[in-house]
Design a protein around this ligand. Structure first.
Ligand code: AMP
Ligand code: GLY
Length: 419
């Protein structure tokens, strides 16, 4: 088979790496790809959001399957466009990707189908939104832009002044463009967060092993929110009882709800879960593999990912058994100094050849004059497997110590959550 993977981050590197292990695969293309992906796939410079360009590329290379990994092209209808051209595509159509693309949509879905989540209201008028926050009188208050906002559209306001400012910036000043012209105001929940990604063909849902992300930039969860500074799998909190609770109250009801709404979800559905004193609740849905969760989940997958993607597309997920290694994985992100605010690019990365014990997934790298250089905020995801999290973490950090580039920083506490 010839397969085209859309995207160019650490998640896409992990997907390409896993697909490359399939005996069925003869050639992999990746658009746009990055410096690490280029070792496994032919990278083609088509932007991940260029729908016409991607359809043309898939036709030109006569690929058998296109795997659309990022949220933006999914929300924009890339899978629909590929299917219309007769190309097999993995990922939800636009009418299902809306589960991530609109928080107002996902909250209404959860309310209608009794799926546990934070209480909320939706507003497109800032005065009404502020009046509601005053009436609730509870802080922190959570204010979310309705649409996609690069993970920056959630504000946890500590008092009324902060809440008013957030609402005003989103609705009246267009801080997030159209994404923020509508906001969701929701109840603040507390508890540890666990990410569970699941394969689904619209009828059957098969959850993957669990993971936990570290979103803040610095140790002990200090600093700004980022795209994710590291992950580990499995979560210590997600035991069998939690799995059963989630399957019954969240996973199956969500798949059934989407089908009932005429929006069958096919692809990977990401459940962002919070373990509250009141049971597990949904914080968010994503319509795709998570980044950097994928970097710790796929290395633990025993089954051929291509077989699973085919089963999802053909709606035969019930016929395939998905197997996982009984081990653990830790991914430490090495980032450019200044991320997530501003940072320089183009620094040479050294030491990549001296870490045979780990898999280094590239997130923001490029090849320049035959050398691998930094080209983004999150640069590398150094991933190690072990019998348990402690063993995997030791291996990952030993490798991190051998890799370097100018202004590099990373968290030193990935995998050491107190829970
Ligand atoms: P999201 O972009 O929806 O994943 O939200 C980003 C982060 O904000 C989440 O990972 C949570 O840590 C936090 N968050 C979102 N919604 C809530 C909520 N209702 N209560 C508490 N924290 C929240
Ligand atoms: N790691 C969170 C996400 O992929 O959205």
């Amino acid at each position: 088979m010839k397969i085209l993977v859309v995207g160019g981050g650490g998640r896409e590197h992990a997907i390409v790496w896993k697909i490359a292990q399939s005996p069925k695969v003869e050639k992999i293309y990746c658009a746009p790809g990055n410096g690490g992906i280029a070792e496994l796939a032919e990278c083609v410079n088509v932007a991940a959001t260029d729908i016409d360009g991607m359809v043309a590329l898939a036709k030109e290379k006569a690929v058998d399957l296109v795997m659309v990994a990022p949220d933006d092209p999914l929300a924009m209808g890339m899978v629909d466009a590929l299917e219309k051209s007769g190309i097999r595509a993995f990922g939800p159509r636009a009418n299902a990707a809306i589960i991530e693309g609109s928080k107002a949509f996902s909250k209404e879905l959860m309310k209608k189908y009794n799926i546990p989540t934070a209480k909320y209201e939706v507003f497109d008028d800032s005065a009404k939104a502020v009046a509601y926050i005053k009436e609730q009188g509870k802080f922190p208050a959570v204010i979310k832009a309705d649409g996609l906002a690069l993970g920056k559209g959630v504000i946890i306001a500590q008092d009324l002044a902060e809440a008013e400012q957030a609402v005003h910036e989103m609705i009246d000043e267009g801080k997030f463009g159209k994404s923020g012209s509508r906001v969701v105001i929701e109840e603040f929940l507390t508890g540890p967060e666990v990410s569970v990604l699941a394969f689904t063909d619209g009828k059957t849902v098969k959850p993957m092993v669990s993971a936990q992300d570290h979103k803040r930039a610095y140790d002990n969860d200090k600093g700004l929110n980022t795209g994710g500074m590291g992950t580990f799998s499995p979560s210590r909190l997600y035991d069998e009882a939690k799995q059963k609770e989630c399957m019954e109250n969240i996973f199956l009801p969500t798949i059934k709800a989407m089908a009932a709404e005429g929006r069958p979800f096919k692809g990977v559905l990401y459940f962002g879960l919070m373990m509250t004193a009141d049971g597990v609740k949904v914080i968010e849905y994503n319509c795709r593999f998570g980044d950097p969760e994928t970097q710790v989940v796929l290395p633990r997958l025993k089954t051929d990912l291509v077989d699973i993607m085919q089963a999802v597309i053909d709606e035969k997920l019930d016929e395939i058994e998905i197997e996982w290694e009984d081990n653990a994985a830790v991914c430490v992100v090495m980032a450019s100094g200044g991320y997530p605010v501003s940072y320089k690019k183009g620094y040479e990365i050294t030491g990549l050849d001296s870490v045979p014990d780990v898999t280094v997934f590239h997130a923001g790298t490029a090849v320049k004059d035959g050398k691998i250089v930094t080209s983004g905020g999150r640069v590398l995801g150094v991933t190690a497997l072990g019998a348990n999290i402690d063993e995997a973490r030791d291996k990952a950090y030993a490798a991190v110590d051998k890799i370097s580039f100018k202004d590099e920083f990373h968290r030193s506490d990935i995998g050491i959550k107190k829970y």
